[in-house]
Design a binder for this molecule. Structure first.
Ligand SMILES: Nc1ncnc2c1ncn2[C@@H]1O[C@H](COP(=O)(O)OP(=O)(O)O)[C@@H](O)[C@H]1O
Ligand SMILES: CSC[C@H]1O[C@H](OP(=O)(O)O)[C@H](O)[C@@H]1O
Length: 407
């Protein structure tokens, strides 16, 4: 999608733009007559992120899509429509779960930009977890966010025609293709986008030669391609979550679309497991490391349990479609969602280890041999989760599988 007036902003243009909003009274986040300052500090793969502050240090975030992927450059063109998707997912999810969704203050289609509340007083979950910080409310918050945004955008709640209109509104083919390629295709073929050390070649070859794994990956990809169950966040990794002790806020849903419910919770749990495995390279002292890993495992179990509980409760009390309001169907439905989640979790572990986009949790391990051991562990864990997802009929089966794979 091209936008005739689009221009990529720098700090000066950002200030001019925000001043123009103030002058035309389209902005209630700054008062008139102040000197504004701005700087760019984005560290994500795709977009520009500016912080704009006034003289009293009130601040907002202005995020602008570039017509290409920031991490690769102009050789990877990318639709500006992702800014619309991101703003509209935030508005949709924010209407359902305002407590857990970053607030949109302004959106401009022509410039592919969104102004957001500044969450800079919180921390990005990934950075905090790499410092072994614990967040006792995280599981409860993430489970509530995912189950409520999931349910209220699903066939259980929405009239069929309304749901289909939303599926159309949130059609996001270019960003979905990135996920389709990076999660389900690239890691299992020889592709130039992959990124792993030569020492991992035997493990990678074994994955690619495993027909059982390849079959399960094909099922996960087909389900991702053609199962519009709900409006997903679409990129629920630890870099998309701001936290402090009492607060959790989701940002960055530009990969949002109507897809399989298990994808978001699977990605989230996958990132907790990546951090679990990476701690071998960060916390030397055994008991301290175990304590932190136990906290991560509890967070996974609590998220999974609460997600299931909330979904069953919402289906039971708020379902509008009478034909879907059936206890046996609810049980069947949630079992399938949770099995999907285990598979997507495994796919996240594998793609973050050998694909294009890694996680700093692992890449920052300074000792090469330790890093390699961690990478072998995340590959093996990912493979086992994907292969065994379909036999995890109960939550306990999943928890036992996890514990048997983690040392
Ligand atoms: N609302 C916000 N408040 C404060 N910082 C933010 C906000 N949104 C993004 N950021 C900062 O910008 C970084 C990149 O943002 P993100 O939305 O992940 O960009 P990308 O789409 O490029 O991945 C985040 O890691 C965070 O540091
Ligand atoms: C070239 S996109 C790679 C990767 O980056 C996205 O995450 P983010 O924009 O938050 O850094 C997403 O996970 C994509 O798979």
């Amino acid at each position: 999608m091209t936008m005739a007036n689009y221009v990529a902003f720098n700090a000066q243009r950002v200030i001019e733009y925000v001043n123009s909003l103030i002058d035309s009274k389209q902005c209630d986040f700054f008062i008139a007559g102040q000197n504004l300052s701005a700087y760019e500090f984005g560290d994500g793969n795709l977009n520009l992120v500016f912080r704009v502050s006034d003289e009293q240090n009130n601040s907002i975030i202005l995020k602008q899509a570039l017509p290409y992927a920031r991490c690769v450059g102009e050789s990877w063109p990318l639709t500006l429509d992702r800014a619309r998707i991101e703003a509209q997912v935030l508005l949709n999810h924010g209407a359902i779960c305002p407590k857990y969704t970053a607030k949109v203050l302004h959106y401009n289609h022509d410039y592919a930009l969104t102004i957001l509340e500044d969450l800079g007083s919180l921390q990005i979950l990934r950075s905090a977890q790499n410092n072994a910080q614990q967040f006792p409310k995280l599981a409860q918050h993430v489970a509530t966010y995912l189950s409520h945004t999931g349910f209220y955008n699903s066939d259980f709640y929405l009239a069929a025609q309304h749901k289909k209109a939303l599926v159309k509104q949130f059609t996001n083919p270019e960003l979905c293709q990135i996920t389709e390629d990076l999660f389900f295709s690239d890691p299992y073929i020889d592709h130039e986008r992959n990124n792993f050390p030569a020492q991992l070649a035997p493990q990678v070859k074994a994955l690619r030669d495993n027909p059982v794994l390849k079959l399960e990956i094909a099922k996960l990809k087909a389900n991702f391609l053609s199962n519009p169950q709900t409006l997903l966040h679409g990129d629920m990794h630890s870099g998309s979550i701001f936290v402090d002790t009492n607060t959790t806020k989701m940002i960055d849903p530009e990969f949002g679309f109507f897809g399989p419910i298990g994808f978001d919770i699977g990605s989230f749990i996958g990132n907790l497991l990546l951090n679990y495995c990476a701690q071998t390279g960060h916390i030397e002292e055994f008991v301290t490391r175990r304590n932190y890993q136990t906290h991560l495992l509890s967070c996974i179990v609590e998220t999974y349990n609460l997600f299931e509980q909330h979904w069953l409760n919402l289906i039971n009390t708020k379902t509008v479609d009478e034909a879907l309001n059936n206890d046996a169907y609810a049980q069947y439905f949630i079992k399938n969602v949770l099995q999907d989640a285990i598979g997507y979790c495994g796919a996240e572990l594998i793609r973050r280890t050998i694909g294009l986009a890694h996680v700093v949790d692992i890449d920052s391990i300074s000792d090469e041999n330790t890093r390699l051991d961690v990478q072998k562990q995340t590959l093996a864990l990912g493979e086992q989760l994907i292969i065994n997802a379909c036999s995890c009929d109960t939550k306990d089966a999943f928890f036992s599988l996890l514990i048997s794979q983690l040392n």
